[in-house]
Ligand binder design. Structure first.
Ligand code: TXA
Ligand code: MG
Length: 335
């Protein structure tokens, strides 16, 4: 089923007062210490006032997230950054100027203004200026930085529509701000800038090549394994799609499991095999941006009783493809 419509207009699926585009409702909830789901260009976030420790605690509770996994703080303007960080190294300044608002999170030395719960007691804080008009307006009107992890239960696939959030966390949020489907579709690239060092802690929506071009040199490290103590959330098992996922040579895997009812995820090639129950091609024209945008919704679409097993193919390992393959690898480790 190539080209399957992965996004459905949530207004047609559920008519609920909880979901909408009412920014003042969202601001009011946030200032009362409640949780609001926010649209961003990467994935939807589960937001609380970052300066209110009780509100931040309810993020961990709602997501069932271990408290050793720190949160990203979202800002709307440069002025908001200054009180939160002690130092902005030159590379960080260059990167923020080039890519904010956008899919870049900077890890910088923090000030005591940020509650310990947000950073899990680390001496650094992760900060991002998301590129979504509704969320930028929301942060400006609330006048507070917002702590927000992806709006999914811990360990599961990140949401790229308001409807995904409603399905998994609908009961736990005061309001879901609906900004349409996320344009990029995978989480931000996390870059730690300390003194002269530039390290990629998580591959994401901003390709490493673009980062290196902006700073005019290679990064000092690209850390993607689960063992790194610096990004406690980078577990190798994450993005659980609800079914076992096998990643590799698709034809070989299809032949190995003739009795399984397979959901097939490919980049741009089509395969025919009798045990395929459903297939999704991430981008018929072989475009990595389109593939990233479709990835999480595609994984979710396989979580139905008629499928036993997901078989997935790696995409080309350059640009955004590195982040897509990283997510697929973790989904494969998750069960
Ligand atoms: O695109 C995104 O980044 C989305 C949207 C909502 O902004 N957010 C997101 O948040 O993906 P989350 O919580 O799912 O992932 C944040 C990651 C975690 O792996 C966490 O360990 C890491 O950021 N992180 C946060 N603060 C950190 C810090 N001070 N040092 C190192 N890693 C940090
Ligand atoms: Mg997440």
């Amino acid at each position: 089923m190539p080209g399957v419509a992965l996004y459905q207009n949530p207004h047609l699926i559920f008519a609920s007062v909880k979901t909408g585009t009412d920014i003042s409702k969202a601001v009011k909830a946030l200032l009362e210490g409640k949780l609001v789901a926010i649209p961003t260009e990467t994935v939807y976030g589960l937001a609380a006032n970052a300066l209110n420790p009780d509100a931040v605690a309810s993020i961990f509770e709602a997501k069932n997230r271990p408290s050793f996994d720190p949160l990203i703080v979202h800002i709307s303007d440069w002025d908001m950054l200054k009180p939160l960080v002690r130092q902005i190294p030159e590379a960080a300044r260059l990167l923020a100027k080039s890519f904010w608002p956008g899919p870049l999170t900077l890890v910088l030395p923090r000030t005591p203004l940020i509650p310990d719960l947000v950073t899990s007691g680390l001496d650094t804080v992760a900060i991002r200026m998301p590129d979504h008009p509704l969320t930028l307006k929301l942060i400006r009107q609330a006048g507070k930085p917002l702590a927000a992890p992806s709006a999914n239960p811990f360990g599961y696939t990140s949401p790229t529509t308001a409807h995904h959030v409603k399905e998994q966390l609908g009961e736990k949020v005061a309001y879901i701000l609906d900004g349409g489907p996320s344009g990029i579709g995978i989480e931000s690239t996390i870059v730690k800038c300390l003194d002269e060092k530039v390290e990629i802690l998580r591959l994401g929506g901003l390709p490493v090549e673009e980062i290196e071009q902006a700073i005019g040199r290679k990064t000092d490290a690209v850390l993607t394994s689960s063992s790194q103590p610096d990004a406690p959330g980078m577990l190798s098992s994450h993005y659980n799609p609800g079914k076992k996922l096998l990643l590799g040579d698709v034809e070989h895997l299809l032949m190995l499991y003739p009795k399984k009812k397979v959901g097939l995820l490919t980049f741009c090639d089509d395969y025919t095999f009798p045990n395929i129950v459903r297939k999704v091609m991430l981008s018929e024209k072989g475009d990595l941006k389109e593939a990233a945008r479709n990835l999480f919704a595609a994984l979710r679409s396989f979580d139905t009783p008629e499928i036993d097993l997901i078989i997935a193919e790696r995409v080309p390992d350059t640009g955004l493809g590195r982040a897509i393959n990283d997510r697929l690898k973790r989904a494969a480790h998750s069960r």
